[in-house]
Design a protein around this ligand. Structure first.
Ligand SMILES: *[C@@H]1O[C@H](CO)[C@@H](O)[C@H](O)[C@H]1NC(C)=O
Ligand SMILES: *[C@@H]1O[C@H](CO)[C@@H](O)[C@H](O)[C@H]1NC(C)=O
Length: 327
């Protein structure tokens, strides 16, 4: 009597392809022979031929079967991506993770071969590990959103070669190390959200050269040092959130040039000195500077601010000194 697992490779491929990917992949832990078959390119191709219509209507939202294949072994991922996902320009995978296995998994490296992508969102889908270096192949990318996962390691400096990026959103992961200097190449960035990670080092001066930025959120990291005065050149900035770091030094007077700013969050740092009066003259600006080491007697300036606040709709939050909401 021949055991199932002793069947010739081609027969095993055919049988395992026939029973369907979800069921077959469950068998990969049974023994190494089955695993070899299930990780082979032959099984991947045969399974796709049996179970996926070549005419599936593509939308940019990944369907359940896409997730199944993209959570599969590397060969299956690659074959699937090449055969079915190549023309896609947009992938949005957000929220639930409906793969054949529950729990967390790495970012599917196969997505990095989809060179037509302009928008890639994998948000809150329980991804762990680091960003694959192949991501640099996606030269057309305009928006990259990997927020709310558990990604770790450095932010790869290769991201700086994606010169068409307008949105770079890596919020709420476990990235560490410095903000890579290669981001200086991303002159078209309008949204740079790196908040809620473990980034450390100084706030780089070069961020002030990213003149298109409208939203810059670096809050909730371990950044230290001064706020560079170059930030005063970000004339399109609407939101600047640097709160919950270990920033020190004074609030640069140059921030007064940020005429479009509506929200300035500097709370929970180690800033000293006072709030430059020019900044509070900006229209419709909400400023939070709570929990810093600012001067406790912000005298004449503050009284002026108070009056202006009521007129211009400024909200200034200063724990232990003043608290008024004038909107
Ligand atoms: C990329 O998109 C273009 C234009 O839509 C299309 O002609 C081309 O075939 C796509 N490339 C791939 C690899 O599918
Ligand atoms: C300002 O920051 C403090 C300290 O973190 C926080 O408790 C408060 O809710 C913030 N206020 C506003 C209006 O955001």
């Amino acid at each position: 009597m021949t055991l199932f697992i002793d069947l010739p490779f081609e027969l095993l491929v055919a049988v395992l392809a026939y029973i369907g990917p979800r069921e077959a992949l469950r068998l990969s832990s049974v023994c190494s022979r089955l695993k070899t078959v299930l990780y082979s390119i032959e099984w991947a191709a045969e399974t796709l031929a049996c179970h996926v219509s070549p005419h599936i209507k593509r939308t940019f939202l990944l369907a359940n079967h896409d997730l199944l294949f993209l959570n599969g072994p590397p060969q299956l991922q690659t074959t699937y991506a090449r055969m079915y996902l190549m023309p896609l320009g947009i992938i949005v995978w957000s929220g639930s993770d409906i793969g054949y296995k529950a729990g967390s998994a790495a970012l599917p490296a196969a997505l990095c071969s989809l060179t037509n992508l302009t928008i890639l969102t994998l948000s809150a889908c329980k991804r762990v590990g680091s960003i694959p270096s192949e991501l640099k192949n996606l030269k057309l990318l305009r928006a990259l959103d990997f927020s709310n996962n558990q990604l770790s390691g450095l932010i790869p400096s290769d991201i700086g070669s994606l010169v068409n990026l307008e949105y770079l959103i890596l919020s709420n992961n476990e990235f560490e190390g410095p903000i890579p200097s290669s981001l200086a190449n991303l002159k078209g960035l309008t949204k740079l959200l790196l908040n809620g990670n473990k980034l450390e080092g100084h706030l780089p001066e070069f961020l002030g050269q990213l003149k298109s930025l409208q939203q810059l959120a670096l809050c909730g990291n371990r950044l230290e040092g001064n706020i560079p005065s170059s930030f005063g050149q970000l004339s399109q900035l609407v939101l600047l959130d640097l709160s919950h770091n270990s920033l020190s030094g004074r609030i640069p007077r140059e921030l007064k040039n940020l005429e479009k700013l509506t929200s300035l969050c500097l709370n929970d740092n180690h800033l000293i000195g006072d709030i430059p009066v020019e900044i509070t003259r900006l229209h419709n600006l909400k400023i939070n500077v709570s929990n810093n080491l600012l001067r406790q007697d912000l005298t004449s300036g503050i009284q002026l601010h108070e009056a202006l606040g009521l007129v211009l709709g400024i909200v200034l939050v200063l724990d232990g000194v003043f608290n008024f909401l004038g909107r």
